[in-house]
Structure formats: C-alpha cells, structure tokens
Design a protein around this ligand. Structure first.
Ligand SMILES: Nc1ncnc2c1ncn2[C@@H]1O[C@H](COP(=O)(O)OP(=O)(O)OP(=O)(O)O)[C@@H](O)[C@H]1O
Ligand SMILES: CC(C)(CO)[C@@H](O)C(=O)[O-]
Ligand code: BAL
Length: 291
C-alpha cells in the first residue's frame, strides 16, 4: 500500500525583535541576504525571498512599518499589518529569520541624524512625498547596521527607491551588494502591492490604467521619449474620465540610475514611471526601458 502524500513540515522562521536577539542568531546564519519589507506580504515580496535564497546561506526578512517615511497625512495608521499571515508565508518560503522590531527599538528617541539622498530624493516620489526618501534611507541604513547582510534585495516596483539605495551603498562605501528583482504583476497587469487591499472592485478596474499606460509607452519606444510619454499619457487621459477616475501625480521618463528626466536623444537604461490616485489610494508603477 502506498503511503498518502504528506506535505513537508514547515519550519517557522526564528523571530528577532531586538538587536541583541539578532546578534544571538548571526553565528548560525552564514552569508545573509536581507529582504526589507513593511509586511502585508504578497507575491512581490515572495519573489524577492526566492531571489535572496539563491544568493546566500540564510534569508532574513525584516518587517517594519517605518513611521519616518510617512508624511503627516499619509496612511501610517491604516497601513495593513498582518504579522501572523506574514510569518506563515515566511515559513512556507523557507525564510530563516524574521526581524520585526517594535517602533521603540528602531526609534528609542528623537532621530537627529538622518540619511538624505540629495537631488535624487527630491524628484518624482520625493516631490510628492517630501522627506520620504530620507525616511527610507535612514531606516534601511539602520536595518543594514543591525542585520549586517552581505546582500540586500529590493523590488524594481519601487524603482526610485532601488536607485536611491544603490546610490547610498555606493556613495557611503557600504559593504553590501544590492540586488534588484523584477516587478510581479497579477494576471490583469496590476503590480502586486500591499496597498492594493485598499481598492474596491471598481477602483481596481480603474487602477489597471497604470500598467496599460506603461505598456502603451513601452510599445511606442521606437519613437523616442516624446512618443513614449505621449502614448502613455493618452491612456492616462482616458482613465482620468473613467469612473472612478485616475488622478495622476506624475508620469515621467527618467534615467534609471540618476532619475533625471531624459533628453530626447538619450541612449541607455531608462524607467517610465507613474504615480496616481484612485479614490483614496495612491499607487505607483514603472517599466524599465532600454533606449
Ligand atoms: N509587485 C512587486 N514586485 C516586486 N517587488 C515588489 C513588489 N511589491 C513590492 N515589492 C518590493 O518589496 C519590498 C518591500 O516593499 P513594501 O513592503 O513597501 O511592499 P509594497 O507592496 O511595495 O507596499 P506598498 O503598497 O506600501 O507600496 C520593496 O523592495 C518593494 O519594491
Ligand atoms: C525599504 C522599506 C522596507 C523601508 O522601510 C520600504 O520602503 C519598502 O517596504 O519598500
Ligand atoms: N513600497 C514603498 C514604501 C512606501 O510606499 O512607503
């Protein structure tokens, strides 16, 4: 008689809440790949974990909703927090350790010294979310110092964040390799994102205009920056008249490394990026393009 198939046991990752708990784990971890997240894990995060596992002996996922990167009128309080479900996903995906510090551990007092990305942090996301990248770089710096990873994996979905983190590592001589992982999308094209849970059914349909616009721009890439932007803008203009409407913060074609807007004769790696509101939800998306 054949034995019934059994699912292999899931080993729950060790959870560290403090730097001391992390220090106790470190000797068992070997080369560490860190995946920094704010939790509410989805298929996008899981792809980063899979990429991280290829690169190191151990994968550490950090889960921390960082107050320093949220503006006063942003969604810090209502940001989805799903710790138990996140742990189950980490167990399923073979994550070795989860670093989930409380706010008081990361910010025991006033944060006087912060890390600023300079002009790269003032455009696009930085223009619409002032202080956002100072908050991101400051917390990423702390996470790097606490976890001390060899490798850190970030998603291309947050392309400007990835570029700014790469630049920080380079400019501050940090001994860490930063890896980018491609954007994961649902079957309808919407980039997976923790904030997608805010979208009602009709809002979600309207939100598909973001990926449609990027695709339309990418298809027009032979016509150069003007053609790319105008093809993407046509889709967004139509979406502005949909119900519910899509309200664009920015649509831009930028150099993938500096995030400067590209001139019409630009040759190299670029990013076509969009940010827009659907109802009370702000979404971002982008596609990498080689011009
Ligand atoms: N769809 C995705 N594909 C690839 N990487 C992703 C995707 N979504 C998020 N990531 C990456 O996961 C990491 C953690 O991101 P975060 O926890 O903020 O998730 P998020 O879904 O981007 O959340 P939010 O809705 O707040 O933007 C970042 O490096 C981010 O770029
Ligand atoms: C990198 C990060 C974890 C820093 O809080 C956050 O910005 C995110 O989840 O992309
Ligand atoms: N995914 C980037 C984190 C943020 O929007 O705050």
């Amino acid at each position: 008689m054949t034995e019934p198939a059994t699912t292999p046991p899931r080993t729950a990752p060790v959870v560290a809440r403090t730097p001391e708990e992390l220090d106790r784990l470190r000797p068992d971890l070997g080369r560490i790949a860190l995946v920094p997240t704010m939790g509410a894990l989805h298929t996008g995060h899981r792809s980063l974990v899979a990429a991280a596992r290829e690169q190191a002996d151990a994968v550490v996922v950090s889960i921390f909703v960082n107050p320093l990167q949220f503006g006063p009128n942003e969604d810090y309080d209502r940001y989805p927090r799903t710790f138990e479900a996140d742990l189950a996903i980490c167990a399923e995906d073979g994550v070795d350790a989860v670093f989930a510090p409380p706010v008081e551990v990361m910010y025991p007092g006033e944060q006087v010294v912060t890390v600023s990305p300079g002009r790269m942090g003032q455009v696009l996301e930085g223009e619409f979310r002032p202080g956002f990248f100072d908050g991101v770089l400051t917390v990423v710096n702390k996470l790097f110092n606490l976890v001390r990873p060899d490798i850190a994996v970030f998603g291309q979905k947050d392309a400007q964040q990835l570029a700014v983190v790469r630049r920080m590592v380079r400019d501050l001589c940090m001994p860490i390799t930063v890896m980018g992982a491609p954007t994961v999308r649902d079957s309808d094209g919407l980039a997976t994102s923790s904030r997608n849970v805010y979208l009602g059914a009709e809002e979600r349909t309207s939100a598909l205009a973001l990926s449609r616009a990027l695709l339309s721009g990418a298809d027009a890439s032979v016509t150069g920056p003007v053609g790319i932007l105008s093809a993407a803008r046509d889709v967004l203009d139509e979406a502005a008249r949909a119900t519910p409407p899509v309200a664009v913060d920015y649509l831009a074609l930028v150099d993938a490394h500096t995030f400067d807007e590209v001139p019409n004769d630009f040759r190299g790696e670029a990013v076509l990026a969009v940010a827009a509101w659907v109802g009370k939800t702000r979404l971002i998306d982008n596609v990498p393009l080689t011009l």
